[in-house]
Design a protein around this ligand. Structure first.
Ligand code: ZN
Length: 153
């Protein structure tokens, strides 16, 4: 895998679109779940806020990111993918995303279609040092869920 392929990843239309037009950038003041994540390796940061509705589904998301393109695009994608999900569904998609990047063998077409825009990051598989960038949003979400369950459980 050479630098050209990393360039290709940065030029991917879905990734570029999320990078240039991040979804859900507004800070939520009334969030039920909040978490911050950092990846010191390349200065990535994620700030995440989630508001749940009365059925326990994600009704609004706030996401602010800084750092490399992969981190920022992934954070925007994650914030969009979460909308309407229950906390269990969030756990399942988080698991599916990790499997896409770290699983043995290439992900199947079915696995990719379940991930929607997030599947655009499949190319990160080829760049182990970038996997942390793509996973930071999920790791941050996991921290937020742990804190939320501890507080409410
Ligand atoms: Zn990064």
């Amino acid at each position: 895998m050479g630098p050209d392929e990393l360039d290709g990843l940065y030029r991917d239309e879905v990734i570029l679109d999320h990078r240039r037009n991040p979804r859900n950038p507004d800070l939520l003041e009334d969030a039920d779940i909040t978490a911050d994540g950092v990846n010191p390796f390349c200065g990535d940061e994620i700030h995440l806020q989630i508001k749940l509705d009365d059925r326990g589904r994600v009704s609004r998301v706030g996401y602010q990111g800084a750092g490399c393109s992969i981190n920022q695009a992934a954070g925007s994608m994650v914030s969009e993918a979460m909308e309407g999900m229950t906390l269990d569904e969030l756990g399942a998609i988080s698991e599916a995303f990790r499997e896409m990047l770290r699983g043995d063998g290439e992900p199947t077409r079915n696995q990719l279609s379940e991930l929607g825009d997030l599947a655009a990051l499949v190319g990160v598989r080829a760049f182990p040092v970038r996997i942390k960038c793509a996973l930071l949003a999920w790791a941050t979400l996991d921290d937020g869920l742990v804190g939320y369950r501890r507080r409410d459980g």
